[in-house]
Design a protein around this ligand. Sequence first.
Ligand code: PDD
Length: 294
Amino acid sequence: MNQPSPLASWNGEIMPLTEVRVPVLDRAFLFGDAIYEALRVYEGRPFLVDEHMARLRRSLDQIRIEADVDRIERRLFELLERHPVRSGLVYLQVTRGVAPRTHYFPANPTEPNELIYVSPLDDDPHARHRETGVDVITFDDLRWKRCDIKSVNLLANCMAAQAAREAGCAEAILVAADGAITEGSHTSVFGVRDGAVMTAPLARNILPGITRSLVVELADRAGIPIREEPLSRDRLSEVDELFLTGTTAEVLPVTRVDDQPIGSGQPGEVTRQIAAAYRGHVADWLAGAPAPAR
Ligand code: PDD
């Protein structure tokens, strides 16, 4: 089936994504001076909008970009009304705007530039992986010290993801200098040991994942103990199960790390239980969410 082309809102003006033109002096182009979000669209409806808008607001505040997040949210819904997507992804980016190139924040930049686009998402490859589990590699966490800010500076994440791809793996999990696993190149990482779920605590070295937070809540509701403590690279052999979470990954079992099996080498029971709770939560939300206005 032919999928509809991605549609964009560039500062509120709706156009095909391929027609958006960004000025070269935009600080996102020169410095990566921008914040982004990625939201999942199910049945044409954006999932966890309030949570993504709250994180967007926080990231913008942290780097002092003044943007109207309520207006961005309205524009996101306008865009979705204009696009026939059912299973999709919304990408949203706010840059500090255009100004003569100086490292310090310019006194008079243009207004922030805002890009929102919606594109169809083929979930089939992920759906297969959720059944079989995936292999991952470990990779040095080469990133800066404010990974809690969702900035577009993703070079270290891209290098890690590329290393995973070259190794035939789905993701790279990042290991800090002290041996602690922080997160994946574009996912959060969870382990299961003796029936309890473990994940790195929220701090400046990881992104506060929206899916992470939902999974912590769902596990808690299911009576599964949660321990927010770092997993360590050296003790991965003691972990019974490992899984990744993220907006597009959802809950993805990991069966091998650096060619070594995790637990039985098959997706684990606790992971399956949490993945089922996640799908159930999405289904309940869809059943209760207002229909898209079209
Ligand atoms: N990535 N950690 C990192 C470094 C990420 O980039 C992401 C998301 C996550 C998971 O966060 P969430 O559950 O809020 O999606 C964790 C998005 C999807 C991306 O870069 O496209």
